[in-house]
Design a binder for this molecule. Structure first.
Ligand SMILES: NC(=O)c1ccc[n+]([C@@H]2O[C@H](COP(=O)([O-])OP(=O)(O)OC[C@H]3O[C@@H](n4cnc5c(N)ncnc54)[C@H](OP(=O)(O)O)[C@@H]3O)[C@@H](O)[C@H]2O)c1
Length: 372
């Protein structure tokens, strides 16, 4: 039987995920702070779908609460979770300058640290079994943060983190997706959603968020944005980044030196002792296997690698071509500044008496030059 763990599974979007996954036959572990509500939800779902539902009461914004759950999931003895939904999140409405420091920290602890910790606890097992899904619940606010919001940037991290996992997981049987809804009708909001067109266009039901996410997952998407307004909006915003990412992948795949060793550089950090090492590292995953060319990349004709002057070449995720162009114009600017600086030195040496007032006492090397 497959097992799904849902943080914040006692209400709102998490409860909708729990319901949908149980209806597909997954056993559940629901995580939240409030025991009464959690147990009530567990009873309802077990009775409705005939699956086993366990609960784990903890505050995931608390370091020790998170570690207790991580310990349950990681290592060879850890629970074999097939679907992890990192859903529990928090956001304060106060603008950053007026927010309480502990609230700002709780946003980071719950929205970011708990997502990292739990994902890191379950991924090695998923990779070893060759199957699994990680759903990270972000928000449209990650793409369009409200002014002064510290919540939005934490959700931008959720989307970026999921995006960075996707290429590592490609071809392993494990998938990751970020569900990034706009307004959702849950207990999160203290005021009632607006009526009429705005309510229909901008607000979603939690079940719709979940159904859209599960459908996008089946399509192999990494980002799921529900809603007739937000979806096209965010897809438009995402377009240039996706195009760049694809171009970089194709460029990498076409380089003869990368065709045989396309696996990303291994993580320099040692794996935690508790994490089981995959028996056979999947192609394209960190640690990579010999000849680990990423599956799914089209075969492109080999072309000679572009010659890049070492002085220009800063390696940024293998996209030397893009860097070169930027570096050239930067270098031109730097040369112009250097030339201006030597002219200024020469002028200063030749005509000390004509220095403008205020610069006469400057020590050498502090001659004013146009800024770069
Ligand atoms: N509602 C929206 O408009 C909206 C829009 C975009 C994104 N989101 C995101 O969707 C996710 C869920 O939001 P929601 O609207 O479903 O919220 P919700 O209805 O308020 O439910 C939150 C759930 O998370 C649990 N939870 C909260 N803090 C926790 C903590 N520190 N440790 C463990 N569990 C905790 C809650 O249970 P306890 O209180 O008992 O712990 C509850 O089960 C969040 O990540 C949120 O950022 C929501």
């Amino acid at each position: 039987m497959s097992l799904a763990l849902i943080t914040g599974g006692s209400a709102g979007i998490g409860a909708a995920f729990a319901d949908r996954l149980a209806s597909r036959g997954h056993d559940l572990i629901l995580v939240a702070r409030g025991e009464l509500r959690l147990n009530a939800m567990a009873r309802v779902l077990a009775a409705r779908h005939g699956v086993r539902v366990d609960t784990f009461v903890t505050d995931l914004a608390d370091r020790h609460g998170l570690f207790r759950l991580e310990a349950l999931l990681s290592g060879p003895e850890g629970l074999a979770v097939d679907v992890l939904v990192n859903n529990a999140g928090c956001g304060r409405s106060a603008q950053f300058p007026h927010a309480e420091r502990r609230h700002l920290q709780a946003e980071i602890d719950l929205n970011i640290t708990a997502t990292i910790g739990l994902t890191h606890a379950v991924l090695p097992g998923m990779l070893q079994r060759g199957r699994g899904t990680v759903v990270n619940v972000g928000s449209v606010a990650g793409h369009l943060p409200a002014p002064g919001s510290s919540y939005g940037p934490t959700k931008a991290w959720v989307a970026a983190f999921t995006d960075s996992l996707a290429p590592v997981l490609r071809g392993t049987g494990v998938a990751a997706i970020a569900a990034c809804p706009g307004y959702v009708r849950t207990g999160w909001h203290t005021s009632a959603p607006p009526e009429g067109l705005a309510g229909r266009l901008l607000w979603a039901e939690p079940e719709h968020v979940v159904d859209t996410c599960l459908a996008d997952l089946e399509r192999g998407r990494v980002l799921s944005v529900p809603g007739p307004v937000y979806r096209p909006l965010i897809e438009t915003i995402e377009m240039p980044r996706r195009a760049l990412r694809l171009a970089a992948r194709l460029a990498r795949a076409s380089r003869p030196d990368r065709r045989e060793t396309a696996a990303p550089a291994p993580d320099p950090a040692p794996a935690p002792a508790s994490a089981p090492a995959p028996a056979t590292p999947p192609a394209g995953s960190a640690g990579g296997s010999a000849g680990g060319r990423r599956p799914g990349l089209p075969d492109l004709p080999a072309r000679p690698a572009q010659r890049v002057e070492p002085a220009h070449c800063a390696r940024t995720s293998g996209s030397d071509h893009f860097v070169t162009t930027r570096r050239s114009s930067r270098e031109r600017r730097a040369r112009a500044v250097a030339a201006a600086r030597s002219r200024a030195f020469a002028a200063a040496e030749q005509a000390p008496a004509q220095r403008p007032a205020g610069t006469a006492q400057r020590p050498a090397g502090e001659v004013a030059v146009p800024s770069a």
